[in-house]
Ligand binder design. Structure first.
Ligand code: SAH
Length: 219
């Protein structure tokens, strides 16, 4: 679990949470996780002063930490109860990994860029979160060893739904994945039912590309 709030940035974090409430985030468990998680420890020192803006920020290797509203939207959509096994594709900064860890039983998270994964590992450990397993690799294959998952979140945009991820969903489980072009996508929710899958669109989003066998080719 996250360490108690550091006084540093506490006011800025509370203002961000008020901003997110104003934008429609009302799930108390999600707001609490945001309150307990020091986003400034998940961004490079050069942009730390902007950590509590509701904006994406560069994290190195050409990648970004997503806008807090987008993380909150994913988490509010999932309505986690605290008992779930969750797979995250695209660890990035590790911030969403740490948020998820407070809302479910265990998070499995896959990142393809090793330096990002190692920085994320340090940040996650530093804020006291322990129910997380990290893997360096192509997350479009999922992480079959620990499947099935109650929820799968993809934090990068795919040209189409990566089938291995659908196959690794438990019945009753849900996959959230941005689908569309390289620069903008629709966030899609795929629910696995006893008979097949059901799909609905949540909103417009902008993510970096999901690069891999069941995603985009590297440029
Ligand atoms: N939720 C993260 C999002 C980071 S950006 C955050 O807010 O920090 C998306 C991440 O997905 C990048 O770090 C990128 O390297 C990673 N990624 C892209 N394709 C991937 C793939 N096939 N497997 C695993 N990670 C991938």
């Amino acid at each position: 679990m996250a360490a108690p709030l550091t006084p540093q940035f506490g006011g800025a974090r509370r203002r961000l949470i008020e901003e997110l409430r104003g934008k429609g985030i009302s799930d108390l468990a999600v707001l609490r996780a945001l309150d307990l998680t020091p986003r400034h420890q998940f961004v490079p020192s050069g942009v730390r002063h902007r950590a509590y803006e509701d904006a994406p920020l560069p994290i190195g290797s050409g990648q970004t930490i997503s806008q807090p509203f987008v993380h909150a939207l994913y988490l509010q959509t999932l309505r986690l109860q605290g008992t779930e096994k969750v797979l995250e594709i695209g660890t990035g900064s590790g911030y969403q990994t740490a948020l998820l860890a407070q809302l479910c039983r265990h998070v499995y998270s896959v990142e393809r860029i090793r330096p990002l994964l190692e920085t994320a590992r340090d940040a996650i450990t530093e804020c006291g979160v322990t129910n997380v397993s990290l893997l360096c690799g192509d997350g479009t294959y999922g992480w079959p060893e620990f499947a099935p998952y109650d929820a799968i979140l993809v934090g990068a945009g795919a040209p189409e739904i990566p089938q291995p991820l659908v196959e690794q969903l438990a019945v009753g489980g849900r996959l959230l994945v941005p689908i569309g072009g390289r620069d903008d996508q629709r966030l899609v929710e795929i629910a696995r039912t006893a008979d097949g899958t059901e799909q609905r669109e949540i909103s417009d989003v902008r993510f970096v590309p999901l690069v891999g066998r069941h995603g985009w080719e590297a440029t």
